[in-house]
Design a binder for this molecule. Structure first.
Ligand code: DAT
Length: 177
């Protein structure tokens, strides 16, 4: 039994996963697990894909590496995919969304190649991540939040923080008399 929840934070690159996780880690004490960083630092990959400019992730190795930490609870699991994380690990899935113009500007300022940029914009327009989340987890634990403006970010962080507080109360171990 976990006494602190695990939250998957997902969405197309550039929607604001890292920024939200950093704020949430400060506000809730949950730990930010950046899957990109873990893949890189712990070698959970089978090499570098030049075409996509990303690691070819070894999913089994990644899950083995994360297991002990995640099973204890209290993790913000930050990645642009979500279907690989076992259901038993996950208490909430947050899918961040952004509109095309906003996402275009954010990815452009990261110097994404045009093909990669377009692929990510298409993925966002075609609801790829929200579908993946709904296909992989019970619908009542999947929420979709807009992340275009700093006001929306503030609201999102408040809302998730409130959810964490409530989850923690609801799942507190029963006191023994
Ligand atoms: P991700 O981790 O999903 O790739 P990020 O957190 O690195 O995205 O954010 C990309 C950029 O966009 C970064 O400069 C912060 C900015 N950003 C993200 N969400 C935002 C929001 N809701 N309002 C304003 N800026 C935001």
């Amino acid at each position: 039994m976990r006494t602190s929840p695990n939250i998957v934070i997902t969405g197309t690159p550039g929607v604001g996963k890292t920024t939200h996780c950093e704020l949430l880690a400060q506000r809730t004490g949950l730990r930010h697990l950046s899957i990109n960083q873990i893949v890189k630092d712990k070698g959970c990959h089978e090499g570098w894909d030049e075409e996509y400019s990303s690691w070819i992730v070894d999913e089994d190795r990644l899950l083995d590496t994360m297991e002990e930490e995640v099973e204890g609870g209290g993790c913000l699991i930050d990645w642009h995919a979500c279907d690989l994380f076992p259901k038993r690990w996950v208490d909430l899935v947050v899918v961040f969304r952004a509109n095309s113009a906003t996402l275009y500007d954010r990815l452009k300022s990261r110097n994404y190649a045009e093909a990669k940029l377009q692929e990510n914009l298409d993925s966002e327009l075609m609801d790829v991540l929200i579908q993946e989340a709904r296909d992989s987890y019970d619908e009542e634990i999947v929420i979709e939040l807009q992340s275009n403006t700093s006001e929306e970010m503030e609201e999102n962080v408040d809302r998730i923080e409130a959810w964490v507080k409530q989850w923690t109360l609801d799942n507190a171990p029963a006191k023994e008399n």
